[in-house]
Design a protein around this ligand. Structure first.
Ligand SMILES: NC(=O)c1ccc[n+]([C@@H]2O[C@H](COP(=O)([O-])OP(=O)(O)OC[C@H]3O[C@@H](n4cnc5c(N)ncnc54)[C@H](O)[C@@H]3O)[C@@H](O)[C@H]2O)c1
Length: 386
């Protein structure tokens, strides 16, 4: 088994290290801040202790994981690694510097991967002489619990590296999906409408956010409504991802951020972590009641799901990923109750098209244009799953 290197021992790096060591690899973890490294070690010990207490892990297995995890102070301790996953600060200059330094330490056949959420893999790979060994391996937070991992070859990545990376991560018990190196990859791109269209409905005064959350849970079966979810993720993080996807897609109107969320961020109303976002999390706060008007609820659900499905259909059209991988990504990465393409078949593509077409006519905005693939499939009377 390859020795695995993890660089950055924050939320993601520590989680990925735990997954790799649990799968039986020897893992070396490095961070340029000693306190972050110490914290990761203590957290791992505590997590494993809890898993043993809950009988989810034997004491022997926990000892094995700890023994296989080595916390390093210097990058040259990575020289024997077969795969290194970087999970440091989201900054292209810092990542490029690290990747070019790593290349001087590791052997020629070591795979260099980045866990970046928003930077292009091509730009990170460009810092390396052997750019064909650089790939994106994108875990979700928390890595030990979230099953999905997006595998993102850059334009320069060797196909063998892609296959090998996928097979390693599959062997860790994760669900891998293969996707193109475009902004937001699958999940962070396709999920944008869940937030964006919901905020828009709220901004236009059609419904308050509690009602929108109620509608998406009641008529869509989503575990969390969009506003509950944004508060959970953190409005600062959610806003940053939206802004990054929007600007990287050359200001595509479908991804346009909202002033409502920007103001929340400026006011430091980040959500759960700051005690207040859309909702107030102070103890004793009485939750506002939704307007349980069925007609309104169904309108909200139809509008948001149509935007989500349009994004998934367009992603399929642009060969971002396969049908199955697009659907797996949304069910395993963000817990959607169904894959969006499967959902499209169930609701009927014509119904989705009609909802979008009405909005397109009404607003005269590019944001609502139905994907060309939707038109082509309707013309041929096709479904995604025959
Ligand atoms: N947090 C998430 O939900 C999430 C999900 C998927 C991907 N990501 C991506 O994973 C990466 C890490 O995110 P995170 O949330 O774990 O961040 P974090 O802030 O929790 O951890 C980053 C760690 O990297 C260390 N670090 C910074 N610069 C370094 C350097 N030059 N060398 C070594 N260590 C360095 C920091 O000390 C810190 O401990 C980012 O690229 C992020 O976009 C984050």
């Amino acid at each position: 088994m390859k020795q695995i290197g993890i660089i950055g021992s924050g939320a993601m790096g520590a989680g990925i290290a735990q997954v790799a060591a649990t799968a039986g690899h020897n893992v070396t973890v490095y961070d340029n801040t000693q306190s972050a490294l110490d914290k990761a070690k203590t957290n791992l010990e505590n997590t494993l202790k809890k898993l043993v207490e809950k009988q989810k892990l034997t004491e022997e297995a926990a000892k094995g994981i700890l023994a296989r995890t080595n916390f390093a102070n210097e990058l040259n301790q990575f020289k024997d690694c077969g795969l290194i996953i970087e999970a440091i600060i989201e900054n292209i200059d810092v990542k490029q510097k690290l990747f070019s330094e790593l290349e001087t330490i590791v052997s020629d056949d070591c795979i260099l991967a980045s866990n970046t959420s928003s930077l292009s893999i091509a730009s990170i790979a460009s810092a390396c002489k052997k750019s064909e060994r650089v790939i994106g391996i994108h875990f979700f937070n928390p890595a030990p619990l979230m099953p999905l991992v997006e595998i993102i070859p850059a334009i320069t990545t060797d196909e063998k590296i892609t296959k090998e990376s996928k097979s390693i991560i599959d062997s860790w018990g994760k669900v891998t999906v293969l996707t193109k190196d475009t902004p937001g990859f699958i999940v962070n791109r396709v999920a944008r409408s869940y937030y964006g269209e919901s905020i828009r409905i709220y901004e236009e005064g059609m419904a308050d956010f509690v009602t929108i959350d109620w509608a998406m849970k009641t008529f869509g079966g989503f575990k969390m409504g969009p506003f509950e979810l944004m508060d959970f993720i953190g409005n600062d993080i959610n806003y940053k991802v939206t802004e990054s996807v929007w600007t990287q897609f050359f200001f595509e109107p479908r991804f346009k951020p909202s002033l409502t969320q920007k103001r929340l961020v400026e006011a430091r109303l980040f959500g759960r972590k700051s005690g207040r976002g859309y909702y107030n999390y102070a103890e004793g706060t009485v939750l506002p009641e939704p307007d349980k008007n069925e007609e309104l609820g169904k309108y909200i659900f139809n509008r948001v799901i149509s935007m989500l499905i349009n994004e998934a259909v367009d992603s399929l059209y642009l060969k971002l990923a396969s049908r199955d991988d697009l659907d797996l990504a949304m069910t395993k990465g963000v817990n959607y109750p169904k894959g969006l393409l499967k959902w499209a078949d169930e609701i009927g593509l014509q119904n989705i098209y009609n909802t979008l077409d009405v909005l397109y006519e009404l607003y005269n905005e590019e944001r609502y244009r139905p994907s060309i693939l939707m038109k082509m499939m309707l013309k041929d009377n096709k479904k995604f799953y025959e």
